[in-house]
Design a protein around this ligand. Sequence first.
Ligand code: NOJ
Length: 546
Amino acid sequence: MPQTSAPRPQTPPWWQRGVIYQIYPRSFQDSDGNGVGDLEGVTARLDYLNDGTPESLGADAIWLSPFYPSPMADFGYDVADYCGVDPLFGTLEEFDRLVREAHARGIRVVVDLVANHSSDRHRWFVESRSSRNNPKRHWYVWADPKPDGSPPNNWMSEFPRVGRAWTLDEATGQYYFHSFLPEQPDLNWWNPEVREAMDGVMRFWLDRGVDGFRVDAAHRIATDPELRDNPLVETGEAEPRRDENWPEVHAILRRFRRTLDGYGAAPGERMMMSETYLNDLASLVRYYGEAGDEFHLVQNFLFLRQPWLATGFRAVVDGFEAALPPGAWPDYFLNNHDHSRVASRYDEHAGASRAGKGPARARVAAMLLLTLRGTPLLYQGEEIGMTDVPVPPERATDIAGRDPERTPMRWDDSPTAGFTTGEPWLPIGSDAERVSVAAQRDDPASMLSLYRRLIWYRKASPALLHGSYRPLGSAPEGVFAFLRAVEEERLLVALNFTGGPLDLDAGALGQTGRLELSTDPNRSDGESSMRPLALGPDEGVVIRLA
Ligand code: NOJ
């Protein structure tokens, strides 16, 4: 059976110990009544995230999605000025205050670095498109049309509704490349001036005290300089895609890392994590860097593609553990602002008259996330079991259909959920009475209480924080069970992915263990038989072994 652990430094850095909470600022907390969340709103909610006691969630870091000046074609992922704050979200002074207040509570601050592309309104692109001879022309990827006037190659936008990844600029007669929207032209990373400019952006935020970056679309930053067609069918190594995962990307990321490492009193004090949508694990783990000199955390998107099956989730974890280079540290997440919420994604059999499986499965998923070896990333609202909110066509805003998972955080049961005093930019949804912080805060059976218990338990558990991971081969089909162990502590985590009771023969681990945590609020802690260990439907447990 594989057993994996990384050699660990004396005191693991914060990004290995902590839970990173993702904030989508538009939808977290509005402070000025305009219906859109802002930085002051985030500051006002820091105590909810971590006030130093188990009454709070216990987040150790926040990752803020973009709050930079932007025309908002992609809600901030189209940056018009890398070194500012959009007035919708506040001011630089308010950002500084947020960092100060977060640090005062021991909460680290990670910001998004949207390096692959800017907005078409960024002054760099405005200059670039102004003429073929402009000094900024080659800051972006420009190419002549084919003789028949069509785009230079067959590259497609990541957003299916956009189609081709090229837009013709009529005035200068050339196409420019955009991995996403036409309003998001890709920067030309073969140009050393672009590399220098982005160093400057990193320094700007590091000087303001940020603790790290999440690098947007990191696997797409470098592309084939010869702009050759993608192979029509992906055929592996021999025929790689030419619009992503291009080898030069690693040199660029090493440069980011050097800039980052220039800050902080100790190595590893500042952190860099990727957004890397790659299915192939061998390519994915290269983003840690051959000498551990690229990302500290490489985001693995494979959980998002798993149906609700123990075997699938286990395969992702075992595969990632096996592929990790020596010393590399894993991380896991269940969703983010681009993906369906867990309680909805796994809610099969839901009907108008009864809730589906989603809520129970989301509890099991929470236990999985908080007990694996690796840093958990938690998207806002998951901790109260928010679901995807249906957004009527007349209120839809996103070209890629991501509005339902971006609806405002629900703080209380009022019509605007305590999110705003105005009209929220996206609907609140109708089940706000059960799904809100206020409704769940004092209910020991709630999702919020489960998340809090898991997070605070994890903080105090050496086995969960940095113990080895060993999957249990003897688990019956439908159960994902694994051991987390350090010398002084051994924990068994057993997750029942089925809707029926199941017995796990864990006798080899001892006669009895102590039940520490269950996703079933009716099951209380205490002695539990291991011969066999009984699991209820959709139940996950953590057992302390003698
Ligand atoms: C990934 C971001 O998470 C997503 O929201 C955005 O649309 C694309 N990158 C483009 O920046």
